[in-house]
Design a protein around this ligand. Sequence first.
Ligand SMILES: [Cu+2]
Length: 460
Amino acid sequence: MSSFSRRDWMKASAAALGGAALGSVRRAAALPAEWDGEAAARALEPAAGGAVRPRIPDDLSTPYVGDRPPRVHTPNGSSITGRRADDGAWVYHLVAEEVQHEFAPGLTATCWGYNGQVHGPTFEAVEGDTVRVYVTNRLPVATTVHWHGFFLPNGMDGVGGLNQPVIPPGETFVYTFPIRQNGTFMYHSHHDEMTQIALGLTGMFVVHPNTRGEIPEVDRDFAIMLHEWAVDPGTSRPDPNEMSDFNVLTMNARAFPGTDPLVVGHMDRVRLRFGNLSPMDHHPIHLHGHYWKIVGTDGGRIPEAGQWPETTVLVPVGSTRTVEFTADALGDWAMHCHMTHHVMNQMGHEFPNMVGVDAAKLDREVRPLVPGYMTMGQVGGDDMGAHVEMGHMPVPENSIPMVGAAGPFGYITMGGMYTNMLVRPRPVDYDRFPGWYEHPPGTVAHAVSAEVAARDGVRV
Ligand SMILES: [Cu+2]
């Protein structure tokens, strides 16, 4: 399957109209009657047949390297907080290198990252620090690092050829600059950006104010880098030449069901710092059940008079957006890019349009030739992930189904740039999955009989 592109796979599976369940044994009419979402979610390994189950890790804390504990939580990532040198400067070390990176269980690719991870660790520093960042290049090609949004000496700005010679493979350069601002910034390669950013050479850079009270105190402070990748099923590297057809959409380089949930306490003050270094797309990130205020960009803090309530924040390419809110609603709340093709995984963007087609006759005729044949897509895409999950439908090697993960009520038909914010009564162990929300009796949407509906004058 290694030379199989996504398009080829779609064509092949759609060859007899609509995508067959090749080699499937029985038709999947519905979800299992007893759906144990938590048990399903706790199964960390891909199920037989390449199906994907959500990853719910035991430990949601942020690992870090440095002399200061991290103050920002980077889901699926880590922080680098600096080591104090004798002259008072804060020293960091980045190693640019090739990394085997897992986007979600079942989908791994050879990417470029820093310090063994994709994206690089979240830098944390304090306004007034002088930082000294050593950058070692273990890539097969030259690179540089640009400190996105920083006011710094021109020779530290990192544009290869313009501000500095490029860092050749095997060499280490040092960047030194005083930090004169606070807020949410980024860092990324500024040499052959099309290739190097496409392969993952980016990271977040958070600067805390040096005076207490300059920005509001929060209970939870998250950093989330948005990105998009082109990884054809069966291939092992993101394609840097892709200009529009991105099929892996990520938060901190993970695609749902690979994204760690955000655990917060009821009435916690929450700050979310989004960065976007996707090659080509802006991402409108939407949180359910709450509103937030957009309080900052990579240009600085927005004065309070300029903050307005929103439930979606557009994070343009090459920008950061910081939002703050009070988590005042208990529950499991979806947070995701609102571009519908950005909440799908690899295989789902190029199906022939089968919506509304009655394929029962076709299925009957094809089944003697292809046992278990089943046309898909007549009701949209929601069936595909579940079929793969149940082992009824194979997927190409090193790929994940269009959408999907096991949830507490059934199959969650979301993928890609999607995660869940879990709001729980305090006190909360932020570093552990708290289990799915237990709804108070009578507060979950449910089926009704015609008789019940009729009481409200609704005929069904
Ligand atoms: Cu998006």
